[in-house]
Design a protein around this ligand. Structure first.
Ligand code: SF4
Length: 361
């Protein structure tokens, strides 16, 4: 049992399961019968973040951080809808702290007392434009998540690792217990959820196994985890400590496939990982790919063209299926809010596009 009682979450990880997972090799898992992906637009709502993870180039310090205006949110979403996207991916730093006075003043000027209040308005804009919101606002309290849950088709936060690594340290230390708490809160609020592990930030093999088993434990409890991303850290202006090699990624991807039940996708991001060399390790999802915006989290690593995804699927000799940002079972089982169901049932182009994907084989 571990976790953090100060965050009100405890997670069971059985030592025998850790040992079993550590023994998993790529030959022990099967290739997926198909690959899926979603078409999204990145909407970088703010680049302010209370943390300073040493591998991250997304956040800007106070004075430099941006807050996207409602008009810009609408313009990005309209371009995405016109390009056939189904998902508005709202990216953030983590809840901006008091140092970001310019961001807070701007929010106030727009009539919002918090970034979550503004996120709710931004999600409404995305829905108006014919996109389903998927928000990643970092760690969230129950109150924060409850404020936006009904205007999101799904949400997410990377667990990254259950280990306390130096890459998360500093005066504002990012705690694994908080992220586990956020994933548990999503389960309690019945929010379909995407999470993942970040490989190569100072964690060891046991930490990787424990992180995957912690996600499984929370999914066993709530059934809400739809995808687990296995993401390598990559070199950039703030991180020059290398990336995990292919053999490491093959093994950890196979571990994810072995650890997680069949209803949880194992996602490999094609702009960051050598996906072709991971296909026999259980990858079944390529995440969101954007035909119209950059990957703002990793701007140096351009999204491949959709054609490249087809080439990846051809290497694996499997079909490539477009999906919605929320997995179909959550729709069938009545997890979604009336607002999201209404969008999917809508008698407009967006509704027809969503339902065409649901009806596809
Ligand atoms: S990884 Fe996320 S939490 Fe860490 S500094 Fe970057 S935006 Fe903030």
């Amino acid at each position: 049992m571990f976790g953090a009682s100060e965050y009100g979450v405890e997670v069971s990880v059985d030592e025998a399961d850790v040992e079993r997972l550590l023994a998993v090799r790529p030959r022990d898992v099967e290739s997926a019968p198909a690959l899926s992906y979603a078409r999204n637009v990145f909407v970088p709502l703010t680049t302010a973040c209370r943390y300073t993870c040493t591998y991250c180039t997304y956040y800007d310090p106070p004075g430099e951080a941006e807050l996207l205006a409602p008009e810009a949110v609408r313009e990005i979403c309209e371009r995405g809808a016109d390009a056939g996207c189904t998902e508005a991916l709202f990216t953030f730093g983590d809840d901006p702290d008091d140092r970001y006075d310019r961001i807070h003043s701007q929010l106030e000027a727009w009539g919002h007392d918090s970034i979550h209040s503004y996120l709710r308005a931004a999600c409404e804009i995305a829905l108006d434009c014919g996109l389903l919101p998927h928000s990643n606002p970092g760690d969230q309290t129950r109150e924060q998540m409850a404020l936006v849950a009904d205007v999101n088709a799904s949400m997410g936060v990377m667990l990254e690792t259950t280990a306390d690594v130096r890459a998360h340290s500093g005066t504002r230390r990012k705690e694994p217990g908080q992220r586990l708490r956020t994933i548990a809160t999503a389960g309690e609020l019945a929010v379909p959820f995407t999470t993942g592990i970040l490989v190569g930030v100072g964690e060891d093999w046991r930490d990787r196994a424990e992180s995957l088993l912690a996600i499984r434990d929370l999914h066993d409890r709530y059934g809400h985890v739809q995808e687990v991303i296995v993401q390598p850290v990559v070199e950039n202006d703030r991180w020059q400590r290398g990336s995990p090699d292919v053999e490491t990624l093959r093994q950890v991807t196979a571990m994810a496939s072995a650890a997680l039940p069949d209803d949880v996708s194992v996602q490999s991001p094609p702009n960051l990982a050598p996906v072709r060399e991971l296909l026999d390790c259980g990858v079944d999802d390529l995440g969101g790919v954007s035909p119209v915006t950059d990957d703002h989290i990793n701007p140096g690593y351009a999204w491949p063209e959709l054609r490249e995804l087809e080439e990846i699927a051809a290497v694996g000799d499997v079909p490539l299926d477009e999906r919605l940002p929320v997995h179909e079972r959550y729709l069938a089982e009545g997890w979604l809010s009336p607002r999201i169901e209404e969008a999917i049932d809508g008698d407009d182009d967006a509704g027809r596009r969503y339902r065409a994907l649901l009806a596809a084989p």
